[in-house]
Design a protein around this ligand. Structure first.
Ligand SMILES: [Zn+2]
Length: 113
């Protein structure tokens, strides 16, 4: 399952970060999930909850933020948020666009006590 592997990767990052804060308590994990990352936020949240429950910080709160998709037109340089699957540039109608945001899952911040 994609989300389980993703959650494990995120959790390894969390654990590595917490090694820099020995004796501290992890209160909150903020995670950004791109709309086009292919990850289902609910499954991801569930997988993370399972990992948190087995960790030294079972009380840590999880906040997932969905990041909208953004693309940049390679023809005219305009950046925009496409509607649904229409990726054509609203200015010059070029379909030569590059996805600049919304493709990844990443750890935004951790709150420790
Ligand atoms: Zn354009």
């Amino acid at each position: 399952m994609h989300e389980v592997a993703l959650a494990q990767a995120v959790w390894r990052q969390v654990a590595a970060e917490m090694q820099h804060h020995p004796g501290r308590t992890l209160l909150e994990i903020r995670l950004t999930v791109g709309r086009w990352s292919g990850a289902d936020p609910e499954s991801l949240q569930f997988a993370l909850q399972v990992l948190a429950a087995e960790s030294p910080w079972p009380q840590a709160a999880l906040h997932l933020r969905t990041e909208p998709l953004a693309v940049k037109c390679q023809a005219c340089g305009r950046e925009f948020e496409p509607q649904e699957l229409n990726l054509a540039c609203p200015d010059c109608r070029s379909a030569d666009v590059e996805v600049t945001r919304g493709r990844n899952v990443y750890l935004e911040s951790l709150e420790v006590e």
